[in-house]
Design a protein around this ligand. Structure first.
Ligand code: HGY
Ligand code: MN
Ligand code: MN
Length: 400
């Protein structure tokens, strides 16, 4: 049974936490200086672990085992949401590094770029899976400040490097460890989650064009207030969606921008970034149809309303055999303290599942909090999760 080095694992996690520290979390948006530093840090560690390591043209850090034989690819993303948690992504990368060192062979490790969508949709894992066309890169820009992806890659020192792609024949499959980012495990008193399926999400930019004008002299009957149009659509979604969603559907308006955003000016333009998620593909498209009907109805008002896709991901089932290997490893190390569960968050594993068998392991999130700097997991749960992850990886490799 492979025994991980808990102190080494925690030291790596805290070393990553020190890159881009923000309060008790980190701020490492993709391709920013701290994200680049974290990628070079990982490349150095993977090289020290004996892996042939490169940072490629999209910023993926890929460490490959030089030994012959079938491999298991382990990893997660290195960047974070803005001013967010220290474990989202980083923990799965640190687990991959630790398992590569513990098993000594058979393991490749990936630190993906931009799973968090600062520039696009799963850019790093889609690139390695051979699913990211070069032309798409030309059109991507930062959601945060509009910087073109090409510029960000050049500033990061990654432009011009080849983008590495997976040879599916090399791999038995892909395993990712991640914090749950919700409260299911903690509420149930469980220590390990074995992921059954990962949600798909449909993401939109909805723009409202009205007429900027004086807030005091423009009579209510004639004003074309883009902010009011946005608020009305938001209310219509809240009225309509509950009757057409499934038991685990979620929907979120994560950003609202009013332009010019001054208290004495009727907003002439408003924009909302809206998304919904579900594990059922047919339901995602049914919700998209409902949303577009609501947008058409909003368009009958005084403002013009347009909707554009900014991203779509497909729900994916995790490999049955990998689920069984993870569950048996969990039973060996945390008897009776594990459960199978779907993932409400998107993950690179749903991309890798398009080209190879994929599986995921969750550890509990304290208070179910994530995408916030206070995100945290008990160290004992982190260490236990890594030990289960190493055991499952060894079992899968031995069976291949
Ligand atoms: O939003 C997500 O599901 C992921 O954490 N980026
Ligand atoms: Mn994540
Ligand atoms: Mn995240």
């Amino acid at each position: 049974m492979p025994a991980i080095d808990a102190a080494r694992l925690l030291a790596d996690l805290h070393a990553l936490r020190a890159i881009g520290t923000y309060k008790t979390g980190v701020h490492r948006p993709t391709y920013g200086a701290d994200d680049v530093r974290s990628r070079h840090w990982l490349a150095e560690r993977l090289t020290q672990a004996g892996l042939l390591t490169e940072i490629d043209g999209i910023g993926n850090v890929i460490g490959r085992d030089p030994c012959p034989g079938s491999k298991l690819l382990l990893g997660s993303h290195l960047e974070t949401q803005n001013h967010a948690g220290w474990l989202d992504g980083a923990m799965g990368v640190a687990f991959g590094l630790e398992v590569a060192r513990t098993l000594g062979r058979g393991i490749d490790v990936a630190g993906w770029a931009d799973e968090e969508g600062h520039f696009g949709s799963f850019l790093g894992s889609r690139s390695y899976a051979g699913l990211l066309p070069e032309a798409e890169i030309d059109g991507c820009k930062s959601v945060d400040d509009g910087t073109p992806l090409r510029t960000a890659l050049a500033n990061a020192g990654f432009a011009g490097k080849p983008r590495l792609t997976a040879d599916p024949a090399r791999y038995r499959g892909y395993l990712e460890a991640h914090i749950e980012q919700g409260g299911t495990l903690e509420d149930a008193g469980q220590k390990i989650g074995v992921v059954t399926a990962i949600v798909g999400s449909h993401r939109f930019r909805i723009v409202f064009e009205g007429q900027q004008n004086h807030a005091g002299t423009t009579r209510m009957a004639v004003r074309r207030d883009a902010g009011v149009a946005l608020i009305k659509l938001g209310a219509a979604i809240e009225d309509r969606f509950p009757s057409v969603v499934g038991p685990r559907t979620v929907w979120t308006t994560g950003r609202i921008v009013l332009d010019p955003g001054a208290p004495s000016i009727v907003p002439g333009r408003a924009e909302m970034l809206f998304q919904f998620r579900d594990t059922d593909q047919a339901r995602l498209f049914a919700l998209e149809a409902e949303l577009k009907t609501l947008v058409e109805q909003a368009n009958q008002g005084p403002c013009r309303v347009t909707i554009a896709h900014i991203g779509r991901s497909v729900p994916r089932q995790m490999d049955d055999g990998f689920q069984t290997a993870l569950e048996r490893a969990a039973e060996r190390h945390a008897p009776g303290s594990h459960q199978r569960m779907p993932s409400g968050a998107g993950h690179d594993a749903q991309i890798m599942a398009e080209v190879m068998p994929a599986g995921m392991l969750f550890v509990p999130s304290i208070g179910g909090v994530s995408h916030h700097y206070s995100e945290d997991t008990n160290e004992a749960d982190i260490v236990l999760g890594c030990q289960v992850f190493a055991d499952a990886a060894a079992t899968i490799l031995a069976a291949s």
